[in-house]
Each structure stands twice: as C-alpha cells, then as structure tokens.
Write a protein that binds this ligand. Structure first.
Ligand code: CA
Ligand code: CA
Length: 148
C-alpha cells in the first residue's frame, strides 16, 4: 500500500527531545502540539505560547504594574522565577519577605533596640524619636533619637 507522504504533516514531538535543544530551556512543562509545542509554567513565570514554540518568561516583579510588584519593597532584585527584597534602615522585611515594614524600636529593649539615653521612645517611620525628662534636650536629628 502506497501512502502519499505529503498528505501527512509528520508531527515532531519536541517534548520528547532535549531541553534547551528541542524545546525551550525555560519551558517548565512541555506539551506537544501539532505543529510545535506549548508550555506550562511555574509561578513567577508568564506563559508565552503565542507561537508554535512555547516558552516561560520570567516575570520582573520589580517593575511597576507587574504581577508580584510591591511598592513597599525598597530594594528589589529580580531573579529568575522570583525576586528578592531588602529594606532601608529602620525597616524590616515582612514575613513574606517581599515588602518592608517599619520596625517599632520602642517595643524593644532600652539600650538594645533604642538608645539607652532615650527617655520616652516614640515610634516613627522610619526610626523613632525621643521625648526627654526635664533638664534634657531631645536630639531627634537622625532616625534614632536620644536625650542629651
Ligand atoms: Ca522574576
Ligand atoms: Ca520605627
């Protein structure tokens, strides 16, 4: 029996091939299609299946308006599949590690979390200020107040 080969568009299963060669390096889960293939992606990636060769593209969470963007992250560092965040002085990372929140130094220990010469600590964002007992003057000129 004779087949007319041109009648078959022989599908290539790229997904059975080698990552980075036959399908895109960043394609998390390759799904064969005819023609081409598409990809399912991990969190932190955007699916790009707009052409026959699917791909997963890192989301830049540090960019305003992007998924995962957090304006309360002071120093954002985009990474592949995620991002990291660090905070300015007087702030700490929230429990999710993605945004910066004020440290309430006054909740802490005198001499450790706030200046030992600070009589009445008042939390501020960022830092704290001090109110002082009679005969002392408050120096709140920097983020960490004190009484002099
Ligand atoms: Ca990212
Ligand atoms: Ca504070």
């Amino acid at each position: 029996k004779q087949y007319n080969r041109s009648a078959f568009s022989a599908d290539i299963n790229e997904c059975a091939g080698k990552r980075g060669d036959d399908f895109h390096q960043d394609c998390y889960e390759c799904i064969n299609e005819n023609p081409g293939y598409r990809c399912k992606c991990n969190n932190g990636f955007r699916e790009d299946n707009s052409n026959n060769e699917g791909n997963c593209i890192d989301i830049n969470e540090c960019e305003v308006g992007e998924e995962g963007y957090d304006r309360d992250c002071h120093n954002c560092n985009n990474t592949k599949g995620s991002h990291t965040c660090s905070c300015n002085r007087g702030y700490k990372l929230s429990s999710n590690g993605k945004s910066c929140i004020d440290v309430n130094e006054c909740d802490g220990v005198n001499g450790t979390d706030y200046n030992q010469d600070c009589h009445h600590c008042q939390n501020a964002e960022p830092g704290y200020t001090c109110e002082c007992n009679d005969g002392y003057e408050a120096d709140n000129s920097n983020l960490e107040g004190t009484c002099v």
